[in-house]
Ligand binder design. Sequence first.
Ligand code: DGL
Length: 272
Amino acid sequence: MTPAPAKILVFDSGLGGISILEAIQQQHPGCALIYCSDNAAFPYGTKPEAQLIERVGKVFARLDREFHPDILVVACNTASTVALPHVRNLVRAPVIGVVPAIKPAAAIAQTPRIGLLATPGTIQRSYTQSLIDEFGSHYDWIKVGSSELVQLAEHKMYGGIPAQSSIEKIVAPFTQFSAGELDTLVLACTHFPLVKQELQSALPGIKNWIDSTSAIANRVGFWLGELGLNGNTLHAMDRSHQIVFTKVLDEKENIAQVLKKFHLGKTSILDI
Ligand code: DGL
């Protein structure tokens, strides 16, 4: 008998974590995926830390009880940089967090500066500063925190077109440097790879675009091995992942394209 596929839960405030889900699907096509968008509490990036820790813990514990995943991924820098120790205490399965990719950026940049684009919450975290101190203290970090960019990326996932002029305004602090002065940008929010094309046209001088997507998929592979699970048992034909929201969508929120592209066959609401 074929063993049951490994069950992986991917969680974010909204649809940003889909960038992580996509990388996991590519590397481990046989896993059964449950995606959760905590849309009732979106966005996370402007919330006080204590409120966020409480909310993420509550949603996490409920998702764990409901789905019994083998591995949980907090596909959100804003939540991971503050709530990881708390959520790890709540569940028995391994929890993978997504934190700003400071270390890989510091390993590749050829300029004295590196750009860091994240939510206002992630930019302010002491956790983010400790990563900079540990791995990138020899660089000058140009930090931009934007919740508006999160909203634009979320809007795009629901079928909208993000205004390029708004994106240009958000990233303007990076454009004062030439390509020889700033060649690397860290996308430290899982929503931002979803608007990478738009960011690339606004910032043609950036050579190295660093995000955490493939590193997280590698980490999932590590845990699949540790747990003795096979990430390839689910056949393409049976592949039907699911998506959970914490609040009913508005009429204008059109999710059809996302459901189709990522094989999210079942949609449900968990009132949390
Ligand atoms: N996608 C999330 C992150 O990686 C946060 C977006 C938000 O809700 O502010 O930080």
